[in-house]
Design a protein around this ligand. Structure first.
Ligand SMILES: Cc1cc2nc3c(=O)[nH]c(=O)nc-3n(C[C@H](O)[C@H](O)[C@H](O)COP(=O)(O)OP(=O)(O)OC[C@H]3O[C@@H](n4cnc5c(N)ncnc54)[C@H](O)[C@@H]3O)c2cc1C
Length: 264
């Protein structure tokens, strides 16, 4: 669903940076209007430095909101993210947001939220967990990574972990962990799944949720340019109710979609 936020483009001061892993940092930005308007699942588009290299902004989920601050959890995978990871306290960056739609926390009959994330897909889960908890929902996190060094459970509660190589927690991927835990999770009452992670993981999860008739929201990723629907860089095909497909711009009608809409 398309949401119209009070989008602003502000110069934000970096007030704290924390390295939480070999290539992952949490960057705190003083950003009052974005902190005030943000919803879980929203993202921001950040100009990571003041030069024309890189020219384009980079999109990041809102990891946490506290007072007038937002936190971004960033994994260094290329030029822009490495610059942003290495940013220092006191510097400033341009931040456009809040962008995109948000996880659907209303209109669903669920009392327990299962947050399924993989790799840097854990980034939006802290803000989501805090918001769900404030609404009186029980929250359980299922977190996956290739190895134990790639798990990012920091600050999250009720975590079950899975690693592809078996170096920590369940041995297998996070969708297989959900499969093995489902009988126990069902005892918690009515469930809704919320997820973010690599697209192959989201496709496997969408198939699983359809097979088990579990409501599920997925936050998708794509390469993205402007973040506001002008460059058409983030077009993604989704299913339509009549059995066809249509194209959406992930920055406008996403990044969150109902798992039923994912073309798998
Ligand atoms: C809605 C949304 C939310 C996101 N949230 C976060 C977040 O919270 N934390 C975080 O660390 N990252 C997040 N990302 C991904 C992040 O935006 C990319 O990692 C970043 O733009 C890469 O920039 P770069 O200059 O470092 O990489 P580049 O040097 O541009 O590219 C390096 C390599 O990564 C590939 N790549 C670039 N962007 C993406 C992408 N979006 N998905 C997959 N591969 C890509 C390129 O094709 C290339 O192979 C999000 C992306 C989207 C669309």
């Amino acid at each position: 669903m398309l949401e119209t936020n009070a989008i602003v483009d502000v110069r934000a001061t970096v007030t704290q940076t924390r390295h939480i892993g070999r290539d992952v940092s949490i960057i705190t930005l003083e950003c009052p209007p974005i902190a005030a308007a943000a919803k879980p699942g929203n993202f921001v588009n950040i100009k990571v430095n003041g030069t024309t290299q890189p020219l384009l902004r980079r999109p990041f989920s809102i990891h946490n909101v506290h007072g007038i601050f937002i936190d971004i959890m960033v994994k260094s995978i290329g030029y822009g993210t490495t610059l942003f990871c290495d940013t220092t306290k006191g510097s400033t960056v341009m931040v456009l947001g809040p962008l995109g739609n948000s996880f659907n926390l209303t209109g669903q009959d669920f009392n327990t939220a299962i947050l399924v994330s993989g790799g840097i897909g854990t980034a939006p889960m802290l803000f989501l967990e805090k918001t769900l908890t404030a609404k009186g929902k029980k929250v359980i996190n299922l977190i996956g990574g290739r190895t134990k060094d790639e798990l990012l459970p920091q600050e999250l509660d009720n975590c079950l972990l899975a690693t592809d190589d078996g170096s920590m927690g369940f041995s297998g991927n996070v969708v297989e962990l959900l499969h093995s835990e489902l009988p126990a999770l069902k005892k918690e009452g009515s469930l809704k799944i919320f997820s973010c992670g690599p697209n192959p993981m989201l496709k496997a999860l969408a198939r699983f949720c359809r097979a088990h008739q579990l409501p599920c929201d997925l936050s998708l990723e794509s390469v993205m340019g402007c973040g506001i629907g002008i460059c058409y860089g983030c077009s993604v095909e989704i299913n339509t109710p009549d059995g066809g497909t249509r194209t959406i711009l992930l920055c406008r009608e996403g990044p969150v979609i109902d798992a039923k809409l994912l073309v798998v």
